[in-house]
Design a protein around this ligand. Structure first.
Ligand SMILES: Nc1ncnc2c1ncn2[C@@H]1O[C@H](COP(=O)(O)OP(=O)(O)OP(=O)(O)O)[C@@H](O)[C@H]1O
Ligand SMILES: [Mg+2]
Length: 248
């Protein structure tokens, strides 16, 4: 049986209106599909369009043209509130700055996305506790985010992302606010989630050392894909792909 890709993007373009009039095109013909169980890094220099691409993948924004299918469903032209529903059901987000509610306990933070699912509170609590255990924070459920280290905060964010049993985890520079030791711990944890539980992960990064944790790299340069394949042995392969695109 043919596998339905988690994500299928065909010729996605994105333009933003310019204040002086006209449009600035930021993404050009982005085309890729991602199958269940993949761990993909989207890499590229600052300003290349990674976050713009991620916002479209995450149903936070829509493309100007092209077709985007999430789990076989065409979501290209959905309205913002329809997109919000899709987001809540299909996608778990992990951000650079954790985005935790500072005045709510760790347990509350993990329970929050489940509220929109209409689950009874007992089930929400059970699920959130199981997720905190999965990330090794079962003894911290009454703590506030400010009482935790950066690495622990990111693990809470991962527990929250996993709580809704998403089809996909989207992580935008998930180790950007962490020192390298904590960053490595988080990356190893992502690797484990992907390997042991088969969770599909897309991670944005501008660092090759971080992209190495993934199994596949999509490299973006100036809004165009210049490489899509296994993680190469050295970064020079990606840099050469940039150069080729630049000289075209
Ligand atoms: N809402 C917006 N309106 C206008 N231009 C935008 C908007 N969002 C992004 N851009 C432009 O799109 C381009 C790509 O930005 P994007 O944030 O996707 O890059 P990035 O690869 O994520 O960079 P970084 O590594 O610095 O986060 C930039 O030139 C940026 O100025
Ligand atoms: Mg960005």
């Amino acid at each position: 049986m043919k596998q339905v890709p988690v994500i299928s993007m065909k010729k996605i373009c994105k333009s933003f209106p310019l204040e002086i009039g006209g449009q600035q095109q930021v993404l050009f013909d982005i085309t890729f599909s991602i199958n269940p169980g993949e761990f993909v890094a989207i890499m590229g220099p600052s300003g290349s369009g990674k976050s713009t691409c991620m916002n479209i993948v995450g149903a936070l924004d829509s493309a100007s043209s092209g077709v985007y299918e999430l789990y076989g469903k065409d979501i290209t032209t959905l309205l913002p509130d329809e997109l919000a529903k899709i987001r809540n059901e299909y996608i778990g987000f992990v951000f650079q700055n954790f985005n935790l509610l500072p005045k709510r306990s760790i347990l509350d933070n993990v329970m929050l996305p489940l509220m929109y699912r209409g689950l009874p509170i007992v089930e929400r609590e059970q699920r959130a506790r199981a997720m905190l255990k999965l990330v090794g924070l079962e003894n911290f459920e009454t703590y506030l985010p400010t009482q935790l280290s950066g690495g622990m905060k990111q693990r809470v964010a991962i527990a929250r992302a996993l709580a809704g049993d998403p089809k996909l985890i989207l992580a935008d520079e998930p180790t950007g606010a962490l020192d390298s030791k904590m960053g490595n711990e988080i990356l190893k944890f992502f690797k484990k989630l992907n390997k042991d539980l088969g969770i599909t992960i897309i991670m944005i990064t501008h660092e090759f050392e971080i992209a190495k944790y993934a199994n596949r790299v999509i490299h973006i340069y100036d809004g165009r894909m210049t490489y899509d394949g296994p993680v190469p042995k050295t970064e020079s392969v990606l840099l050469k792909s940039e150069k080729r695109a630049h000289n075209k």
